[in-house]
Structures are given as structure tokens and as C-alpha cells.
Design a protein around this ligand. Structure first.
Ligand code: ADP
Ligand code: MG
Length: 562
């Protein structure tokens, strides 16, 4: 064993020029070479590729690497081919190859020259590829970006669903699946779909201790962002907006206010898009205002802030987007503006979607709202979402969020928690939060009717408080581990051991939630608008409006959309 380890370091040096392994790379590689199925959860930039590239290079036969994007494959193939003195140890197999090229790849695999074969899942199904691959020596399968298998991931690809069947047809060899998406639901999906529930799991922490997390009520958002950017003059940052129109408008508003900013979204001309991105990377421009189309594969180490003008649709995407800040380990400020009305809009939008997409979308939104409204450490909340526990007092980066550096006033809600737990226990732990809240506040719905919950003595016990209050109670109880969400159904609330001891009165735990958190911004917004008008704004809104009118006129004159 130890001889082999020494050997691995030697191979690492020889092929990659690195003198030490990062994180758990060595154990991962060692176990893969010993025939184990492996599941790797590691944040972006953690060094996942090496976990299959190195073993592929030193194994007999060809490793098949499944990857979702042709562009990503090309980069990787070029990188791997640059490592070895023998040329062409990595190849791509897909429909873009002509007959001669395909034959060349086949020949190289047969002769044992090809160590890594990159394929998209949809290529792997093709009969002539399948028939060929069955006949040659395969060392192992690597499934990169494995979250694409799950509808709960942020990048679901239906073609990933059938991978297991295809793999079984080709060869009986180890499988290594890798992803930077670590929610327990996605993890569970991946392992089940790939038939690797017995795999060895290697998980690294997703904590980013140098990022500061903050949520602000979305009042005077334009002005607040301009103020924030001016306080960070000359630093690099990204502002995410939901719509393309907002992106363009807000980039202009920033420009008019003297901030060096450019827009980025998928609707822009390809040339403009690339140029804007390059200017950001080359530091010719400080701020990129963008839709979520921006950022994939962008590696700018010194992004100092990521602002969400509109709240994200899932905590997963929030983590990925904010993760672009502070790559160099320096300051990274993550600021998101929250208005429950925005969430309602997203919910309405989801209502038009097919059932499963809608259900998933709503659950993800629910988590986002939980994050926005929480009074606990935001880092703890995010890491909890990734199935990781975090000590909000002594953990790495513990003070790095608004709630931790400036704690809200808390109140003891243990008595209300106990009542909710009694309801959950008496109704057999089979309902989701939404239906439990209906019972608590005494509102009928399809579920309460079909289970005749109106007849329960619990019905309406909490009607003196708003729905939102009870939502907070159930959400916070989940995050603080009095309750847990069933992973299979993703939502049915079960009582944990900690919760049970509250129920039977044996617990000394106190359940704390924030006091007086008002998330309905209607009143506050109206007041601030009034003050704004009286004070004349303070932003160069007038110039901005003038420009907007001018653009409309020009567009009309030329018959193009503004
Ligand atoms: P991931 O796929 O997890 O996002 P990558 O595989 O792209 O990450 O690796 C991220 C970076 O880390 C790459 O630049 C890679 O060269 C570097 N890297 C990987 N392993 C090591 C190592 N053992 N020592 C130093 N750098 C490493
Ligand atoms: Mg990767």
C-alpha cells in the first residue's frame, strides 16, 4: 500500500508537475485504482478532474469520461494532451467527427494509445459507438458534473438519466461520479440513478470563510447599489439581475452615475458579449451587470463583490454565483436584495409549469426564502443546505455575515415549537410544511379535507399569528434540527431525536427566532418613495430617464425593438 502511495506522488509529479495532492485526491485515486466505486463532492476549483485523469493515465485500457458540454471536453482534452510526452492520450468522441476522424479515434483506442475518451451521454447511446466500446478494454467510467442526472440539480440533462444502463452494456468496471452540487437530495438522486449506493463517498467542505453574506430589504435598491459600488470604487464586481431588460437598464443607470459598467446576457450579440466579458477579465471595466448566463467557467480571482439585484431561484445557484467572489482568498462581499413580492412573482411563473418542475421549483424557492428571512448565521444556513454542519460561534468565517456581526433581537419560541411538534406527532409525521401551516392557522385545503384534519383538536390553534410566523417556526426548527425534511419526498416533516426530547419535556434546548422581522415591504417602500421624491432622489435618475426616452425614439424611427 505505502509503496503504491509513494508511486502515486511520483506519477503526480511526472504528469502534472505538482508535488502534493489537494484535499482527498490521493485517497480517491488509490481507491479507484483498487476497483471501488467512488462519489466525489468537492466545490468548484477543488481539483476534481485530476481524480480521474491521473488514474486513467496510469491504468491499462481507456477510461470513458462522460461530460455534458462539448466546450468543456475540448478544453480538458487539450489540457491532458499537453501533459504527456506521448501525443494524443485523450480524445473526444462525438457527432462532430467525420468518418476518417472517428476511425482514427477507434484505432487509437484499440492500440491502447487512448487513455481518456471524452463523450457526451447522447453520443454514448449510438449503436456503432456502443458496439465498438463493448469490444475494447475500459479501465473505468468517470461521470463529471454528475448533478446533471438529477432534476433537483441546477443543470438537469435528461440524457444523463440512462447512463447506468449504457454503462452496464459496455463494461463491468468501477465508476467515479463527481460534482460540485452537494445538496443531500441531489446526492441521493445521483447514487440511486447510477446504482452506486454502496460507493465510497468523499466530501469536502463547501465553506468559503472569506465571503461575507448579507441580505437587505429591497427598498431604494438602485440607490443602495450605486452607494455600495462607490464605496468599493475601482474594485471588480458582478451585479446579477433576473431579466435581460433589467440588465441593460441597470448597466446604463450605473454608467450614467459614473460607474464603469457593462451588460452581459445571452440575448446580446455574441461579439458584444465576448468583448464585454473580456473587458471585465482584463480590468478595463469594473462591474458586469448580468443575467445568470454570466460566470460559468469564468475564473477571475479578484472579484470583490457579487450583488443580487433580484433574489436567486435556488440556494444552490446563489452559492455558485456568489462563489465567483474572493477566489484569491481575499475579501468577497455577497449582498442580496430581498422582497417577498419578487418571490410571489416567481411562484406565479412556476404555476404555469408542468407539475414536477413546479413542485421542485417551489421547494427550492422555499429554501431561498428561508435563507433570506433567517436570523441565524447565513453561513450555517447555506452549509446546512449542503448537508454540512457548521459551528456559528467558532467555525471558520463565523462572524462573516450580517446576522452574526450584528445579531437580530431574539425571542424564545419554544412553547410554539412544542405545539407544532405535538401536531406533527399526533398526525403521524406525514405532512409537508404547507399543509401543517393550514392546520395551524385553521385554513382548509385539499389535503386537510381529505385527511379530515378540520376535526383535529389542533386545527386553528395558531390562528392569532400570521402564516409567515409559523412558516418561520417550521423552517427554523428544521435548520436547528428539531425537525427534518424527508429526503425521499423532499418535504414531509419528521421529528428528530432533539425534537422528541422537546415533545416529552425532557429537553433543556431553547428555541430562538428573530423578534419583529417584518418582511412585507409595501409600507416601507411607500414611505421611502415619498422621501425620495421630496429629496429629488439623489441618483441621476433624470438623466437616465432622458436617455431611455431617447433610445425609444431612435428605436421607433428605425423600426427596431428598444
Ligand atoms: P474542479 O473540476 O473541481 O472545479 P479542476 O479539476 O478544474 O477543479 O481543478 C482546479 C484547479 O486546481 C486546476 O487549475 C488544477 O490544475 C488545480 N489542481 C488540481 N489538483 C492540484 C494539485 N494536486 N496541486 C495543485 N493544483 C492542483
Ligand atoms: Mg470540473
Amino acid at each position: 500500500m505505502s509503496a503504491k502511495k509513494a508511486n502515486l506522488s511520483g506519477e503526480l509529479k511526472k504528469y502534472f508537475g505538482f508535488s502534493t495532492f489537494k484535499g482527498q485526491q490521493e485517497q480517491i485515486i488509490d481507491n479507484l485504482l483498487n476497483g471501488k466505486d467512488i462519489f466525489v463532492l468537492m466545490p468548484t476549483g477543488g481539483g476534481k478532474s485530476l481524480c480521474y485523469q491521473l488514474p486513467a493515465l496510469i491504468s491499462e485500457g481507456t477510461a470513458i469520461v462522460v461530460s455534458p458540454l462539448i466546450a468543456l471536453m475540448k478544453n480538458q482534452v487539450d489540457a491532458v494532451n499537453g501533459l504527456s510526452s506521448d501525443d494524443g492520450v485523450a480524445h473526444v468522441l462525438n457527432s462532430s467527427l467525420n468518418k476518417t476522424q472517428t476511425k482514427q479515434v477507434f484505432d487509437d483506442i484499440k492500440s491502447g494509445k487512448t487513455k481518456l475518451l471524452y463523450v457526451a451521454p447522447e453520443s454514448l447511446i449510438k449503436d456503432d459507438y456502443l458496439d465498438f466500446l463493448k469490444e475494447v478494454k475500459i479501465s473505468f467510467f468517470a461521470i463529471d458534473e454528475a448533478h446533471c442526472i438529477s432534476e433537483w440539480g441546477h443543470d438537469f440533462r435528461p440524457e444523463y438519466r440512462n447512463l447506468k444502463q449504457i454503462i452496464d452494456k459496455i463494461a463491468n468496471v468501477p465508476v467515479i461520479a463527481l460534482t460540485a452540487t452537494a445538496t443531500p437530495k441531489v446526492q441521493d438522486d445521483i447514487q440511486k440513478t447510477l446504482g452506486m449506493t454502496n460507493a465510497l463517498v468523499f466530501k469536502e467542505s463547501f465553506n468559503r470563510p472569506n465571503l461575507y453574506y448579507e441580505v437587505c430589504p429591497k427598498i431604494n435598491v438602485d440607490k443602495e447599489i450605486v452607494k455600495f459600488i462607490n464605496q468599493h470604487k475601482g474594485k471588480s464586481g458582478i451585479v446579477y439581475c433576473l431579466s435581460r431588460r433589467k440588465v441593460e437598464e441597470f448597466a446604463q443607470l450605473l454608467q450614467v452615475n459614473g460607474i464603469n459598467a457593462l451588460p452581459y446576457h445571452a440575448g446580446l450579440d455574441q461579439k458584444v458579449r465576448v468583448a464585454n466579458q473580456d473587458k471585465f477579465l482584463m480590468e478595463e471595466v469594473d462591474v458586469i451587470v448580468a443575467t445568470i448566463a454570466f460566470g460559468m467557467g469564468i475564473d477571475k480571482p479578484d472579484v470583490r463583490f457579487v450583488i443580487h439585484y433580484d433574489f436567486p431561484k435556488s440556494l444552490e445557484s446563489y452559492y455558485q454565483e456568489t462563489g465567483r467572489a474572493g477566489r484569491d482568498g481575499g475579501e468577497g462581499h455577497c449582498l442580496a436584495f430581498y422582497d417577498p413580492k419578487d418571490i410571489e412573482k416567481l411562484e406565479k411563473f412556476l404555476a404555469q409549469k408542468p407539475v414536477s418542475e413546479r413542485e421542485i421549483g417551489l421547494q427550492l424557492l422555499n429554501e431561498v426564502v428561508g435563507y433570506a428571512e433567517t436570523s441565524m448565521s447565513r453561513r450555517q444556513y447555506i452549509l446546512y443546505y449542503f448537508g454540512e454542519s457548521f459551528d456559528p460561534v467558532n467555525g471558520d468565517g463565523a462572524k462573516m455575515c450580517d446576522n452574526s456581526s450584528n445579531p437580530p433581537k431574539l425571542k424564545d419560541a419554544t412553547a410554539d415549537l412544542k405545539k407544532a411538534l405535538e401536531l406533527i406527532s399526533d398526525t403521524g409525521e406525514k405532512f409537508k410544511s404547507k399543509d401543517l401551516i393550514s392546520v395551524i392557522v385553521g385554513k382548509e385545503n385539499a389535503v386537510t379535507k381529505s385527511y379530515k384534519l378540520e376535526q383535529s383538536s389542533h386545527f386553528g390553534f395558531g390562528k392569532d399569528e400570521k402564516d409567515n410566523y409559523w412558516k418561520t417556526i417550521l423552517r427554523q426548527a428544521t435548520v436547528q434540527n428539531f425537525l427534518q425534511k424527508d429526503i425521499e419526498t423532499y418535504g414531509v416533516l419528521k421529528i428528530t431525536e432533539k425534537g422528541k426530547s422537546v415533545l416529552n419535556g425532557k429537553s433543556k434546548d431553547i428555541f430562538l427566532i428573530a423578534e419583529d422581522r417584518e418582511f412585507d415591504l409595501t409600507q416601507a417602500k411607500a414611505e421611502s418613495d415619498q422621501v425620495q421624491q421630496q429629496a429629488g432622489g439623489g441618483l441621476d435618475q433624470n438623466l437616465f430617464n432622458l436617455l431611455k426616452e431617447l433610445r425609444k425614439k431612435v428605436a421607433k424611427k428605425h423600426g427596431i425593438p428598444p
